[in-house]
Structure formats: structure tokens, C-alpha cells
Design a protein. Structure first.
Length: 135
């Protein structure tokens, strides 16, 4: 018989193995034909610039200068994937990206992480999300 399977999208929370990066980033599962949404909460940090980046590969690399962990590999083939401009302002910041309804995207995976910049805590790297594009 004929078997047809739809690949579900998912978003999996990830932090460094010690759980030391601040948990300030929430990402929705990337569903084709919808807007993907990510939220970063910089409330109380003094950070006034926020960014979300995505790369094909995950990693865990301690950065002594920030005291946080980089959780995505900036040397991944294809470079940065999301292309989101930074957002300015204190508090909660929402990012949104349309995901085309293109079957070629099913199964595409990436690792995304947010960061806050500025203020007394000059740079804060946050938790990450491993994302999988589907229906």
C-alpha cells in the first residue's frame, strides 16, 4: 500500500552542559507556510541590543571574555542562515521570519541562539534552540 508521512517541525531547548547561559530565548517550531517567531527577554539585564542567529551545526564552546557558551558553530557550511537584523530596546524583543511553503525545506535543521549586548553586562549569550523545519 501507499504510505505518506508528513514530517513534523520541532524546536528543542538546549543550553550548555552546566546550564550556565541565561535562559532568555524562546523559539517556536518552524512550520512551513507560517511565520517563525523567536522571543528574547532582556528585562533587567541592561542590554539594549538583541540578536538571534542560526547556523547549521550546534556546538558548545566556552568564551572566557563573556563567561558564556557559544552553542552554534559560526564555521558551519553556508554561514549564518536566519539573516535577522539586530533589534534595539530594553525588555522583551520579538523576531519573526516567514517560512516559505516549500517542500524542499522539510527536514532542514539549524541551531539558533540569542545574545544581548550593551549596558553593564556588555555581552550575554543565551540558551539555544535546535530547530527542524516541517509541517
Amino acid at each position: 500500500g501507499f504510505h505518506f508521512s508528513l514530517m513534523s517541525s520541532w524546536a528543542f531547548f538546549r543550553n550548555d552542559s552546566g546550564g550556565t547561559n541565561p535562559t532568555r530565548f524562546v523559539a517556536a517550531a518552524p512550520v512551513m507556510g507560517t511565520d517563525w517567531t523567536a522571543i528574547v527577554d532582556n528585562t533587567g539585564t541592561g542590554n539594549f541590543v538583541t540578536g538571534v542567529m542560526g547556523f547549521a551545526n550546534a556546538m558548545e564552546l566556552y568564551l572566557p571574555r563573556t563567561g558564556d557558551y557559544l552553542l552554534m558553530d559560526p564555521l558551519s557550511p553556508g554561514g549564518e542562515i536566519l539573516g535577522l537584523p539586530p533589534a534595539y530596546g530594553y525588555g522583551v524583543v520579538v523576531f519573526s521570519v516567514p517560512i516559505p511553503n516549500d517542500a524542499a525545506l522539510v527536514g532542514f535543521a539549524l541551531s539558533a541562539q540569542s545574545a544581548g549586548l550593551g549596558g553593564a553586562n556588555l555581552t550575554n549569550l543565551h540558551n539555544a534552540y535546535d530547530l527542524y523545519v516541517g509541517h
